[in-house]
Design a protein around this ligand. Structure first.
Ligand SMILES: Cc1cc2nc3c(=O)[nH]c(=O)nc-3n(C[C@H](O)[C@H](O)[C@H](O)COP(=O)(O)O)c2cc1C
Length: 191
């Protein structure tokens, strides 16, 4: 099974989910191609004080690809088929709309389009509150096209005691969706 993953971080609130996925997946020896939108960098700085420099320093297995690099290998199906999946974590309503309507404006939209056409698992961790009809229709469109739409809404049945446990519940659901084994949260009726 491939240990390559594409992670895209867009400008929705919840940059911590993308950041935590970098920590968890690199600890599992995944190599990550990371694409962050310009708004994604703004939110990473606003919510976590995380910069490009910090990511490069902290994660040697992460390669950052500029969102404008439309000629990147991962923009081609011939390369993307060798990846385990594409995770957009978090996914803004703007990026969702571009994916749903096939209007590519950057590498993130293109990689998601390629994932759909090549049947590479595509997961969108959507985040907005509340959702408009436009948002909901776009979610329906991408779900029909084969994407996994996962709302950034944690459960509480595992009785989390910290913010870290709440984050890890959502990150664990992302990994569950791609059938990647983990122990990030306690499963229902699991000791
Ligand atoms: C601090 C901050 C939080 C934001 N949170 C959200 C959000 O939760 N959901 C959303 O769809 N957009 C959110 N936005 C707006 C997006 O960043 C904006 O629509 C942007 O154009 C998205 O571009 P992108 O999809 O290329 O990253 C937020 C913006 C900022 C600055």
């Amino acid at each position: 099974m491939s240990k390559r993953m594409v992670i895209c971080i867009t400008g929705a609130s919840g940059a911590v989910y993308g950041y935590r996925l970098l920590q968890v997946l690199t600890s599992m020896d995944f190599n990550i191609d990371l694409v962050v939108s310009s708004s994604g960098w703004v939110v990473l700085k606003q919510e976590l004080d995380v910069t490009k420099h910090k990511i490069l320093e902290e994660f040697p297995q992460v390669r950052i690809i500029p969102e404008k690099d439309i000629a990147s290998p991962i923009a081609s199906g011939s390369r993307l088929i060798n990846y385990r999946g594409v995770l957009v974590t978090p996914c803004s309503m703007s990026t969702l709309a571009h994916i749903a309507n096939g209007t590519n404006q950057n590498l993130i939209h293109r990689v998601c389009e390629v994932a759909l056409k090549e049947r590479v698992p595509l997961l969108l961790l959507v985040r907005e509150a509340p959702y408009s009809l436009v948002h909901l229709e776009n979610m329906l469109k991408v779900a029909r096209a084969g994407a996994i739409v996962l709302p950034a809404s944690p459960g509480f049945y595992h009785r989390p005691k910290s913010l870290a446990e709440i984050i890890d519940f959502v990150v664990g659901k992302v990994l569950d969706s791609l059938r990647i084994e983990h122990n990030l949260y306690r499963r229902w009726k699991e000791e």
